[in-house]
Design a binder for this molecule. Structure first.
Ligand SMILES: NC(=O)c1ccc[n+]([C@@H]2O[C@H](COP(=O)([O-])OP(=O)(O)OC[C@H]3O[C@@H](n4cnc5c(N)ncnc54)[C@H](OP(=O)(O)O)[C@@H]3O)[C@@H](O)[C@H]2O)c1
Length: 234
């Protein structure tokens, strides 16, 4: 039965940044389909602090809660022209949006490999295809993450582990709800989207469930855009 392939009973999923926005919607979906979801935010483990990541994963290992499914969703971004972009902020974005993903997956991989089953889903961005002029650093960290996905996916495919990049377009979440509510800027944003509408966090949940479950077992190294057509060139 196809629906059984979506069942995540017995799986542990860590979804970073899952107390609100897209991460919450993904966490809710994985939970609805049976996974034990570890909810995470800055208070649980600030991903800008490498030592905090080590301590968080040591705790998960001690509790027997290392994830079978890792969704690297949390990210940071600042809108600042590249000419003035502070290097400390650039380093923070590289750490949270790229290095944290690499380190967390290194820490999950031995368990996934030993059990011949695992999932890494990174949350990218339409900025990989259309960099916002004032978010060049953020866009570059997401592109680095996409490249990492392809590099790692090939190497772990025979271990029963899939690695994919789920790419949102414009979603109505805390980070951009003020822009979308702006009477001048908001309509300009939606006019540029072929569907002429922005997404809600739940719009990412079905794709995440597919990639996390056995229903998506043959998908790896992929970038899946969830953007209403925004990344289509032309
Ligand atoms: N929204 C969009 O339109 C859009 C478009 C393209 C891509 N994306 C990507 O989709 C993902 C989710 O975006 P979102 O809009 O749903 O995010 P959001 O509403 O801003 O929520 C961010 C989540 O990440 C956590 N977080 C932020 N910085 C963190 C840190 N240093 N350490 C640990 N956790 C941290 C937050 O925790 P706290 O609650 O503690 O702050 C929160 O749970 C991100 O990777 C983003 O780049 C979003």
């Amino acid at each position: 039965m196809l629906k059984e392939k979506f069942d995540l009973t017995g799986k542990i999923a860590l979804v970073t940044g899952s107390t609100r926005g897209i991460g919450k919607a993904i966490g809710d979906a994985l939970e609805e389909y049976g996974a034990k979801v570890i909810r995470h935010n800055t208070k649980v483990c600030d991903l800008s602090d490498p030592a905090a990541i080590e301590a968080f994963f040591a705790k998960l290992e001690a509790e027997g809660s290392l994830p079978d499914i890792l969704v690297a969703n949390a990210s940071v971004q600042e809108k600042i022209p590249w000419t003035e972009f502070p290097m400390d902020e650039a380093r923070r974005e590289v750490q949270v949006n790229f290095l944290a993903t690499l380190r967390m997956f290194q820490l999950c991989h031995p368990k996934m490999k030993a059990q011949k089953w695992g999932r890494l889903i990174v949350v990218g961005s339409v900025n990989e295809r259309r960099p916002h002029p004032d978010m060049c650093v953020y866009a570059a960290t997401k592109s680095a993450q996409e490249n990492l996905v392809r590099g790692i996916a090939r190497q772990v495919a025979a271990e029963g582990i899939t690695v994919n990049n789920l790419c949102p377009g414009v979603f109505y979440t805390d980070r951009n709800k003020d822009c979308l509510a702006d009477p001048v800027y908001g309509p300009k944003v939606t006019a540029a989207i072929p569907m002429h509408d922005y997404a809600m966090p739940e719009d990412a949940a079905g794709t995440a469930l597919l990639l996390a479950s056995d229903a998506g077992r043959y998908i790896t190294g992929a970038t899946i855009m969830i953007d209403g057509g925004l990344s289509i060139p032309g």
